[in-house]
Design a protein around this ligand. Structure first.
Ligand SMILES: C[S@@+](CC[C@H](N)C(=O)[O-])C[C@H]1O[C@@H](n2cnc3c(N)ncnc32)[C@H](O)[C@@H]1O
Length: 246
């Protein structure tokens, strides 16, 4: 029997999920940045800066930015650490293309390479990277465990994994307000700004289906990372997980 997984709340065949995810990101690619700012009131910029702080990068680190999309995380790293080598990578050609054009137009391409790939099958040797980042990407993977195992394999000893992802609010009242915002306002914003409510309905649903902080921490440890801690941002709406490959 074909294996099943979720695409938002819908149960779908595992082999079909990446096509559905691709359709979402192809549809949103042109309006992705403006929607990100509108949905998070610009806060995603701060969250990405915090991720880079936590990464404690050294000059000359080799870095893989998985699901790099339009390149926000790579841009911060490139500007702050111009001697690093950054591989911007995304499964979706349209998103990667937006990121590459932006890197060229905003002049942060000098230490960036661009690879179209799935974070679930990394075409790199063992022990290649000092740092792997995944910003708001893991939620969309068909098989998150497979992706995390691949990330562990490709990290050098003492390398770090940083996962920035939506998570579970801690305060129940806050959680209710957030649910109302996600299912009532987000799809309308998507419709108004990007003429696409469905993709933002998927966003709200995919966030609810994603493992919470403790669960994701266990998954990271189960992939072989020697330790993992997480940092809640905005009451846990977003969390950053830091896995060490010591
Ligand atoms: C919400 S965007 C995040 C972009 C960027 N990292 C940011 O934080 O703004 C999610 C990205 O994940 C990519 N993606 C989804 N599944 C993926 C996979 N299996 N491997 C690599 N990238 C994937 C999508 O194409 C999309 O560009």
């Amino acid at each position: 029997m074909n294996k099943k997984t979720h695409f938002g709340y819908k149960e779908v065949e595992e082999s079909h999920k990446s096509k559905y995810v691709a359709d979402v990101f192809t549809s949103v690619s042109k309006n992705y940045d403006i929607m990100n700012d509108a949905m998070s009131f610009g806060m995603h910029r701060l969250w990405k800066k915090i991720l880079v702080e936590l990464a404690a990068i050294s000059e000359e680190d080799i870095i893989l930015d998985i699901a790099s999309g339009t390149g926000d995380i790579s841009k911060i790293i490139s500007r702050e650490y111009p001697n690093t080598s950054i591989f911007m990578s995304d499964i979706n050609y349209d998103m990667l293309d937006e990121g590459r054009n932006r890197a060229i137009n905003e002049s942060f391409d000098s230490n960036c390479s661009f690879c179209q790939l799935s974070g679930e099958i990394l075409p790199f040797s063992d022990n290649t990277f000092d740092l792997i980042t995944v910003g708001f990407g893991l939620r969309n993977f068909t098989n998150k465990e497979k992706g995390l195992n691949e990330m562990k394999r490709c990290l050098k000893k003492n390398g770090k994994l940083l996962v920035l992802e939506f998570s579970k609010p801690i305060n129940p009242v806050f959680s209710k307000i957030y649910d109302w915002y996600s299912f009532n306002i987000l799809p309308k914003l998507g419709s108004f700004l990007a003429n696409d409510s469905q993709s933002y309905q998927y966003l709200a649903e995919s966030i609810r289906m994603h493992p919470d902080q403790e669960h994701l921490k266990s998954m990271i440890l189960d992939s072989g990372f020697s330790n993992c801690k997480f940092y809640n941002l905005l009451n846990g709406i977003v969390a950053i997980h830091l896995g060490n490959n010591d």
